[in-house]
Design a protein around this ligand. Structure first.
Ligand SMILES: [Zn+2]
Length: 225
């Protein structure tokens, strides 16, 4: 059943007002009491970590890491993907430019690739051509996770994982694959080898409020204590 037009307008008005009340609240409750901090912050940024997360509205990097403005340099996109490295590439450059700027210019010392539970981007990998017809740019973007889909489908075909496990397995495998994309960036590989850059793969379980970190040796995600 379709919502009557006047009700839709009300909801829109409430959400609209909420944004502006939020702005006023930020100024009164956060900015004014911490005026000195913001005055200092306004001069420069020196983030220690590049956070590559999903655009999902439930994934809030500063909230889950307890960090404050100035600490995280963030790029969020559908599925927390990392473009394939190609120096001359003219596609997917929004995310590649953030990675380049964070590492070369801001010299962050950590990169986090953070996946999450119930990721719509990962689920969309299994959508039909017809379902994706209305989303041509999303369809193109999802090409960055084609290797993930291939790995997962092979595991299902070999009965290593069940169809029920597919969603969570895809979300976790996606983090591992996106890190492998990162390691193909020559300047990243070099810094990691020199011990000047740490790369972490995380999985955020929204319902449990837990973050799991990928352990390269154990080849699995371990809960961060
Ligand atoms: Zn997501």
């Amino acid at each position: 059943m379709k919502t009557p037009v006047h009700e839709e307008e009300n909801v829109q008005q409430i959400n609209y007002n909420k944004l502006f009340e939020g702005i006023r609240g930020f100024k009164t409750n956060e900015h004014i009491p911490r005026k000195e901090f913001y005055a200092q912050l306004s001069q420069h940024q020196n983030p220690h970590t590049l956070f590559i997360g999903c655009s999902d509205s439930r994934v809030i990097p500063n909230l889950v890491t307890g960090t404050i403005p100035g600490e995280l340099f963030v790029v969020r996109n559908i599925g927390n993907f990392v473009p394939f490295y190609d120096r001359r590439s003219e596609t997917f450059v929004a995310t590649s430019a953030v990675i380049e700027y964070a590492v070369k210019q801001l010299q962050v010392t950590n990169i986090v690739v953070c996946g999450h539970s119930n990721c719509g981007g990962c689920a969309a990998l299994y959508n039909s051509e017809k379902e994706m017809k209305q989303l041509p740019h999303t369809k193109k973007w999802l090409e960055l996770a084609a290797p993930v889909k291939k790995i997962v489908e092979e595991k299902i075909a070999k009965n290593i994982i069940s169809v029920e496990e597919r969603a969570a397995y895809t979300e976790k495998m996606n983090v591992v694959v996106q890190i492998s994309h990162l390691m193909k960036y020559p300047y990243i590989r070099k810094l990691v080898k020199q011990g000047e850059l740490t790369i972490m793969g995380w999985y955020y379980d929204i319902e449990e409020g837990e973050i799991y970190s990928y352990d390269k040796e154990l080849k699995r995600f371990v809960r961060v204590e």
